[in-house]
Design a protein around this ligand. Structure first.
Ligand SMILES: CCCCCCCC(=O)SCCNC(=O)CCNC(=O)[C@H](O)C(C)(C)COP(=O)(O)OP(=O)(O)OC[C@H]1O[C@@H](n2cnc3c(N)ncnc32)[C@H](O)[C@@H]1OP(=O)(O)O
Length: 239
């Protein structure tokens, strides 16, 4: 059984183990609730200390088997950009909102609600978290159009504070492609006021020279130890 890639240009990827996918998604959601609650709880010190001891016990159970940074998770697939632990889109990452991006014509769109674990100024999103979302949004717009590159340049304007616990909409589109380079613009707005951008930005993504690809990703393997296929070719296109 295979999953059809949301990107027409990309090959179908084998479906991941459904039991593992369900368990990782559930663990990610549970940790997301835990993280959010750790920064909002007002229970007494003794109760927080007792919870900390319990959490350390659970962490030790997960630490019984771990992977290193050069090994992809068994759920990941780079050619289709299935990244389970992305800090923006990853269902298995408790810090991630998580946001799912989709293509609508020549635009990429995602909706999300941020929590107090993303707070900068009180009640509002941290500027660095907005930058994190923008990088992923703009990169996804490149990828969903069949392009791929690493962020070489990212410039943002913060027009208005982004409120937490409020539905947001993120949109982006490609403005230029040339050789290995893809230029993308986009922004973050309230879902209730999608035409008034609170953050806007532009990024240049460059698909690295072969020597850099080897330097960065040459040691990368899949979970079973095979050399990992990459995101894309070296001409700016995705696989
Ligand atoms: C769905 C996916 C979402 C993912 C979103 C998140 C993406 C990321 O976080 S990536 C991580 C952060 N980025 C990085 O770590 C990248 C660090 N930088 C690098 O490794 C390199 O500078 C890299 C790979 C970007 C480019 O290196 P290299 O392959 O040597 O490029 P180089 O040969 O100098 O330039 C190629 C072209 O790009 C252009 N270019 C390179 N850097 C820039 C830049 N900063 N601004 C504008 N153009 C640039 C060059 O002018 C050249 O253009 P042309 O072909 O028209 O002459």
């Amino acid at each position: 059984m295979t999953t059809t890639s949301p990107w027409a240009e990309h090959p179908a990827a084998p479906d991941p183990d459904p039991d593992l996918q369900a368990a990782v998604t559930e663990l990610g959601a549970a940790v997301r609730d835990l993280l959010e609650t750790t920064v909002t709880t007002t229970v007494p010190a003794g109760e927080q200390a007792a919870v900390a001891a319990g959490v350390r016990g659970l962490t030790a159970r997960l630490a019984a088997a771990t992977r290193g940074r050069h090994t992809l998770s068994a759920l990941d697939d780079l050619p289709t950009f299935r990244r389970t632990y992305s800090p923006v889109t990853g269902v298995g990452n408790g810090f991630a909102p998580p946001v799912q991006f989709r293509r609508e014509g020549d635009t990429v769109v995602g909706e999300t609600v941020l929590g107090l674990r993303h707070e900068g100024p009180p009640a509002h999103c941290h500027g660095g978290v907005s930058a994190l979302l923008m990088d992923q949004l703009l990169g996804s717009a490149a990828f969903l159009a069949g392009r791929w590159g690493m962020t070489a340049h990212l410039v943002l304007t913060y027009h208005g504070a982004v409120p937490l616990q409020t539905p947001l909409v993120l949109t982006a589109r490609i403005t230029e492609t040339s050789g290995r380079k893809t230029v993308v613009t986009g922004g973050i707005a309230l879902a209730a006021e999608p035409d008034r951008e609170l953050v806007s930005g532009e990024a240049v993504f460059v698909s690295p020279r072969p020597e850099l690809l080897e330097l960065y990703f040459g040691a990368l393997t899949t979970a079973d130890g095979s050399p990992a296929p990459g995101h894309g070719a070296t001409d700016g296109t995705a696989l």
